[in-house]
Ligand binder design. Structure first.
Ligand SMILES: [Mg+2]
Length: 282
């Protein structure tokens, strides 16, 4: 009897590290903040309010363009467009992140299969402020484009999700421009911005990732600093480039470990910790 009890206790103990680990997901604080913090919601509402003010300025100033690298010449009289990213800019996928925490998982191959299921479910809620901004722009005859790195095969489900949120998608032009819909549309978004500037003046770029604004987002953290805060770009923030907070994931975190997806979770964490500015305690 005693031996049996010992065996049961021992087996329970051997599972302890598993459960302890489940409670120590790296995603917990960021996901809780994203879903529940008034500070998060106040932030996205503020950014979308700013976007409205800046859109009004862009309407009045015909020389204004948020995509100077691809805007080309003689754009002043083209109709206006705004370009928004989708994930964590217009739609909120944090329930997917929360499931990773609950299941004690990270973004691995299995998680990416589940991501497809999440996309197909088309139930992502809206980021606070996004729907109001989209409606505001459309009421001013500004065409709203969505440039997202969801892949082209996910367009049907993505459109279903956007429509379910009450977003008006025009029937005569494709405004949902996903990755690989055309051969030259890769992860870098400037080819899709160039597609839009053929017929439009881009008033604003709105996103949560440096890649929503510049193609040079995949370098080291130092390279990203140089691009994001160059003399040319630093004043675009909060004016032509509106950025929303995303502490869940992004090129900021993959850059911290050289975007080397072959690394183990342990090695990724080690490299991330090495990037921290740590007080020496003295
Ligand atoms: Mg995004």
């Amino acid at each position: 009897m005693k031996k049996k009890l010992f065996t049961i206790m021992f087996s329970a103990l051997s599972f302890m590290p598993f459960f302890a680990h489940a409670n120590e997901s790296d995603y917990l604080y960021s996901t809780l903040w994203f879903q529940k913090a008034q500070e998060y919601k106040a932030n996205t509402l503020s950014q979308y309010k700013l976007a409205k003010l800046m859109l009004d300025k862009a309407i009045l100033d015909k020389s204004w363009s948020a995509a100077t690298s691809v805007q080309g010449k003689n754009y002043e009289n083209k109709p206006l467009a705004v370009v928004l990213d989708l994930d964590e800019t217009v739609i909120n996928n944090s329930p997917f992140s929360a499931k990773l925490i609950a299941d004690n998982k990270y973004y691995d191959d299995e998680a990416w299969n589940n991501w497809q299921k999440w996309v197909d479910a088309a139930i992502a809620p809206a980021i606070p402020g996004a729907l109001d901004f989209i409606k505001y722009a459309q009421e001013k005859n500004v065409t709203v484009f969505f440039v997202s790195n969801r892949i082209g095969t996910q367009e049907k489900a993505t459109r279903k999700n956007l429509l379910s949120l009450g977003i008006n998608l025009p029937k005569d032009i494709d405004t949902v421009l996903l990755k690989k819909e055309k051969k030259e549309w890769g992860s870098k978004k400037s080819t899709r911005r160039a597609h839009i500037t053929k017929n439009y003046r881009i008033a604003l770029l709105i996103g949560d990732n440096l890649g929503d604004f510049s193609d040079a987002y995949k370098g080291s953290l130092e390279d990203r600093d140089k691009i994001a805060f160059s003399k040319e770009n630093i004043n675009k923030w909060g004016e032509k480039w509106i950025i929303l907070p995303n502490p869940l994931y992004g090129s900021w975190e993959t850059s911290s470990y050289g975007s080397d997806y072959s690394l183990s979770r342990k090695d990724i964490r080690k490299k991330m910790i090495e990037k921290l500015d740590i007080w020496d305690g003295k």
